[in-house]
Design a protein around this ligand. Structure first.
Ligand SMILES: Cc1ncc(C[n+]2csc(CCOP(=O)(O)OP(=O)(O)O)c2C)c(N)n1
Length: 260
C-alpha cells in the first residue's frame, strides 16, 4: 500500500510545477483515496475499461491532483506523467477528463453533478446485473448545490445500495468556512431524513475509514469523513487561501520538509 506521504509529495510537486491547482482539497482526500484504491475497489490497472470494475466519481473534480497521483501509483499510467499536470495535451487536465487519461470513470469539475452521474452509472450496472459498485466523493461546500439533494432523494427511493457516497467534510470551501457561507448541520440528520444510512469517520485514520466502509446496511450508505483541508502542511491547514493556489519554490521546500 502506498504511503500518504508519497501522495502528498506528488500533489505538492505537481501543483507547483503547473503553477496552478487546488492543494487544500487534494490533501484532505489522500487517506480516503488510498483506502478506496488499495482496499475497497475492484479494479484492474491493466484493464481500465473492465466492464465489471468498481467506478469512482470524483464529484469535487478540483481534487484531481490527488486522484492522478493515486492512479499513477496504482499503475494506470507512468508516474513521470504527473509533472505534466495542466499542460496542454498531457491528459492531466485541471479537472478530470475521462477521455484523456486511463482510470478515470467520469469527467467532473462543475460541482453538484457527480452524485446524479453516479446514480446513473449505478442504475446501468444494476440493469446489466453487474456486482460492481459506484463510489462518489463530494465536497462539503459542494453540498450547497441543490442538484445533490435531488439525487440524495432519488437514490434511496430506487434502493441503489450499489452506490456509496463519501463527503470530504473539511469545513472550508473556496473562500471561507462552509458553515459561515451556508451551514450544513445537522448534516448526518439531513442524509438520514433522505433515507440513507450514515457512517462517520476520521478521514485521515485508516482503521476508522475501514470501519465506516464496512457498515452493514440495506440502504444506500453515505460516509461523512471528517478531514482537514490542506492536511499535512501546517501553513495550508484549514486555510481557504490554499484552496486554489500553487506553492512557490520556497513554499514547496517548506511543505516537503514538513512532510519528512
Ligand atoms: C458549479 C460550480 N460552481 C463553482 C465552482 C468553483 N469552485 C471550485 S471548488 C469550489 C469550492 C468547493 O468547496 P468544497 O466542496 O468544500 O471543496 P473542498 O474544500 O473539498 O476543496 C468552488 C466554488 C465549480 N467548480 N463549479
Amino acid at each position: 500500500m502506498v504511503s500518504p506521504k508519497v501522495i502528498r509529495e506528488d500533489i505538492l510537486r505537481m501543483i507547483h510545477s503547473a503553477g496552478s491547482g487546488h492543494p487544500g482539497g487534494s490533501l484532505s482526500l489522500v487517506e480516503i483515496l488510498i483506502h478506496l484504491y488499495w482496499k475497497e475497489m475492484r479494479i484492474d490497472p491493466d484493464n481500465p475499461q473492465w466492464e465489471d470494475r468498481d467506478r469512482l466519481v470524483l464529484s469535487k473534480g478540483h481534487g484531481a491532483p490527488a486522484l492522478y497521483s493515486i492512479l499513477a501509483r496504482k499503475g494506470f499510467f507512468s508516474t513521470d506523467k504527473l509533472e505534466t499536470l495542466r499542460r496542454f495535451g498531457s491528459g492531466l487536465e485541471g479537472h478530470p477528463h475521462m477521455q484523456s487519461l486511463p482510470g478515470l470513470d467520469c469527467s467532473t469539475g462543475s460541482l453538484g453533478q457527480g452524485l446524479g452521474i453516479a446514480a446513473g452509472l449505478a442504475l446501468g450496472l444494476t440493469i446489466r446485473k453487474s456486482r460492481a459498485r459506484v463510489f462518489c466523493i463530494l465536497g462539503d461546500g459542494e453540498l450547497q448545490e441543490g442538484s445533490i439533494w435531488e439525487s440524495a432523494m432519488s437514490i434511496p427511493a430506487l434502493k441503489q445500495t450499489n452506490l456509496i457516497a463519501i463527503v470530504d467534510r473539511n469545513h472550508v470551501q473556496l473562500d471561507d468556512a462552509v458553515d459561515k457561507i451556508m451551514p450544513l448541520e445537522p448534516l448526518a440528520g439531513k442524509w438520514k431524513a433522505f433515507g440513507w444510512t450514515v457512517a462517520t469517520c476520521d478521514g485521515h485514520d485508516r482503521e476508522d475509514i475501514e470501519k465506516a466502509f464496512s457498515t452493514v446496511t440495506d440502504k444506500p450508505l453515505v460516509i461523512i469523513a471528517e478531514t482537514v483541508k490542506g492536511k499535512g502542511v501546517s501553513f495550508m491547514e484549514n486555510q481557504a487561501l490554499w484552496h486554489g493556489k500553487a506553492p512557490d519554490k520556497e513554499q514547496l521546500r517548506k511543505a516537503l520538509e514538513e512532510l519528512e
